[in-house]
Design a protein around this ligand. Structure first.
Ligand code: SF4
Ligand code: SF4
Ligand code: SF4
Length: 326
């Protein structure tokens, strides 16, 4: 068989095998049966960073200093010593809160505790795991091999690698429930929700938080509302405030399969640098393709079968040609 013909035949066989392989993407994972999370309402946030300081205290992380000023935390973004950060959107004169034009708005960034987490899906050694009951996405440094694949699997750019540490480690919010902290499993709430003076960060079950978020969206702008603080299921305080004109959707209800940490805002989420995401989780698509291709080695087996058939057919044709000549 001529080399060119062989390559053409190989390509054809592989293409035919690929085309006839039906890719079964698995569905998104459902929220865990007792999923817990947080609701961050940007319109309630005053940018005080009490949540940032409390997060550092709970996790035993030092503040990011600026010169000799070490009393405040100057972290501008997530990092190996910063699991929670408050960012700001500004436009023009930046004088009107929660306005896209000439305004400003706050945005809290920490792990979203995705319902179908990409970081968990891509980690080759299961160092990142989703709790089957609470949905909390945890990290086990003892298992981690420092490959940083999780950083590529997260749509929110959350896992942070400590390049200054000779053995390297990933750092991300574990919803205050890792070994030695265990606030949630002991019936408490997250540090950031506990410290927040306005209820902008609220803890609770995902179900109750989602209901609270939808209740707020349905309120009439300008109406006075008592915003619960701490744990939405048993608030110990309320923050009375006029209702803003909310965006009409809760970020995290459905994005990429949904998240346990959800956000509300009065300005569009893209202004708060939220990534453009559809409803399908990347994990459901990639795991579906992998399982289809590797299930019973379907694709390689089909390609090999196609090539064998072509070689046999050409051998038969060649033999027939030889017979005709003699
Ligand atoms: S936000 Fe990123 S790090 Fe957090 S659970 Fe989702 S994929 Fe993982
Ligand atoms: S839940 Fe805990 S670790 Fe996560 S951002 Fe809040 S305080 Fe930090
Ligand atoms: S503690 Fe509450 S109000 Fe203060 S920055 Fe954090 S989320 Fe905003």
């Amino acid at each position: 068989m001529q080399r060119r013909k062989f390559f053409r035949a190989s390509l054809g066989a592989a293409s035919a095998a690929l085309a006839s392989t039906v890719v079964h993407a698995r569905p998104n994972l459902e929220p865990a049966p007792q999923a817990v999370g947080m609701l961050y309402d940007s319109t309630l946030c005053v940018g005080c960073k009490a949540c940032v300081s409390k997060c550092k205290e709970v996790n035993g992380m030092p503040p990011v200093s600026m010169g000799d000023q070490v009393q405040s935390d100057f972290a501008m973004d997530l990092g190996p010593k910063t699991l929670n950060v408050i960012k700001i959107y500004t436009d023009g004169k930046a004088t009107v809160k929660d306005s896209e034009k000439d305004g400003f708005a706050f945005e809290k960034r920490s792990c979203m505790h995705c319902v179908d987490p990409g970081c968990v899906s891509v980690c080759p050694v299961s160092s990142l795991t989703r709790d089957p009951l609470t949905g909390i996405v945890s990290y086990n440094a003892d298992v981690c091999i420092g490959c940083r694949t999780c950083m590529t699997g997260c749509p929110y750019n959350v896992p942070q690698y400590d390049y200054d540490n000779p053995i390297g480690q990933i750092h991300k919010c574990q919803m205050c429930n890792q070994k030695g902290v265990e606030r949630i499993s002991k019936g408490g709430m997250t540090g950031c929700a506990e410290a927040c003076p306005t209820g902008a960060t609220l803890f609770g079950s995902r179900e109750a938080l989602l209901a609270e978020a939808k209740r707020r969206i349905a309120l009439k702008p300008g109406e006075i509302y008592n915003y619960p603080m701490g744990d939405v299921r048993k608030p110990n305080k309320f923050h009375e405030k006029a209702v803003p004109q909310y965006q009409s959707h809760v970020w995290g209800e459905k994005e990429a399969g949904g998240t346990n940490v959800m956000h509300l805002s009065a300005i569009s989420y893209d202004k708060l640098s939220m990534p453009p995401l559809g409803e399908r989780s990347a994990a459901s698509i990639s795991e579906g393709v992998q399982s289809t291709v590797y299930a019973y080695m379907a694709l390689p087996a089909m390609a090999l079968g196609g090539l064998s058939w072509i070689v046999r057919r050409n051998t038969e044709v060649a033999n027939q040609d030889e017979g005709d000549k003699t």
